[in-house]
Design a protein around this ligand. Structure first.
Ligand code: SF4
Length: 347
């Protein structure tokens, strides 16, 4: 196999090629996958002592000594969050975040792109533009980095840098995360957040019906959303909501609406009532759940957090209209339940 082809495919495909070349028995696949994804002590191919030496050597020769494809550059710990800035082999920056919840569980927020083409007005990542899609390995390795340090992986959320449904590798990464011989996460422990890419929503309905789906809405008004989130011109709010209602009909699963409250911009009573009206216009309203997130201000940024009083007024208006909502735990570093809340350190 040519070197170049090896670089374009993910680790699993390379492992399969090498096992075929060595005429390995079928149980070797499971053995290698489990060592790779489930054993924190295996950090390099040569640590796979149960695997014949000639296969280990071939894996190391083809994939490099280290299992992880990302290079961790800096780690920033604040309260319950640990944010890691990684560098890809070609010098792009991406961020992943470990969040430790009050209930003792660890959740990991991963990026799917370096930068993002969506250009949402309130988002530091959006201002970077898109550098490139991450590979399947680069997405999975953000979680594997923490797993190799012995941390439990309880939840993974695709809410870091980038729009997951604009990168086809997202779907391969979901396969690896939920496969029983690989990261072995229950589908319900994985969540993907989209700004409303309808073909991606349809694909989730068909291929990953049990994985949690979140729609980053942030305003119920189409004209305002086009200004804040230009993607809305291609995928209007009502069309996205229809795709989500169909997802609920097919899967009977709850869908989350992420709503960042921008002080004086999206936090008014009118916004809350319009949001409630939008959701209640669907028969499936009872399976929409709103996650309210106060905005995390970026130094020099033009948006502000909303006040506690407006947050409470918003929540109450939803409640009065029969809409379920949760005010998300504040992690200080601003990572929860929606993309667009990562800081701007990556560039
Ligand atoms: S909010 Fe999400 S989709 Fe929008 S620019 Fe930021 S990373 Fe991209």
């Amino acid at each position: 196999m040519k070197e170049e082809k090896m670089q374009n495919q993910n680790k699993n495909q390379t492992i399969e090629d090498i096992l075929i070349k060595h005429n390995a028995k079928p149980y070797r696949y499971e053995q290698i996958y489990k060592a790779l994804y489930q054993n924190p002590d295996v950090k390099a191919w040569e640590d796979m002592f149960t695997v014949p030496e000639e296969i280990r050597k071939d894996l190391a020769k083809t994939l490099g000594n280290e299992i992880l494809t990302l290079n961790p550059k800096t780690t920033q710990k604040t309260g319950e969050t640990e944010k890691v800035l990684f560098e890809t082999h070609d010098g792009h920056s991406i961020e992943a975040v470990k969040m430790h919840y009050e209930n003792g569980r660890n959740s990991y927020c991963v990026s799917t792109q370096s930068g993002c083409a969506m250009g949402c007005a309130f988002c530091a990542t959006g201002q970077m533009g898109l550098k490139r899609n991450l590979t399947t390995d680069e997405i999975v390795d953000q979680v594997l980095y923490f797993a190799k340090q012995g941390y439990e992986v309880d939840n993974v959320v695709f809410m870091g840098m980038g729009e997951p449904f604009l990168n086809p590798a997202t779907f391969e990464a979901l396969e690896i995360m939920t496969h029983k011989d690989m990261l072995n996460l229950g589908s319900r422990k994985v969540s993907v957040s989209t700004v409303g890419i309808i073909p991606g929503i349809h694909r989730m309905t068909k291929e990953f019906p049990q994985i949690n789906l979140a729609f980053s809405l942030h305003t119920p008004f189409q004209d305002q959303r086009e200004k804040l989130m230009p993607v809305s011109k291609s995928y209007p709010v009502v069309a996205v909501m229809e795709a989500l209602a169909e997802h609920i009909r097919v899967t009977n699963r709850k869908v989350f609406i992420a709503y960042i409250l921008l002080g004086g911009v999206t936090d008014s009573l009118e916004h809350a009532q319009a949001l409630a009206g939008l959701i209640n216009s669907f028969e499936e309203a009872y399976l929409f759940h709103v996650n309210l997130i106060n905005y995390h201000e970026v130094p020099g940024g033009k948006f502000k957090r909303c006040s506690e009083a407006s947050l409470e007024r918003f929540r109450k208006a939803l409640f009065d209209a029969g809409i379920r909502s949760t005010v998300r735990q504040d992690f200080g570093e601003g990572i929860d339940a929606a993309c667009g809340q990562l800081g701007g350190e990556a560039s």
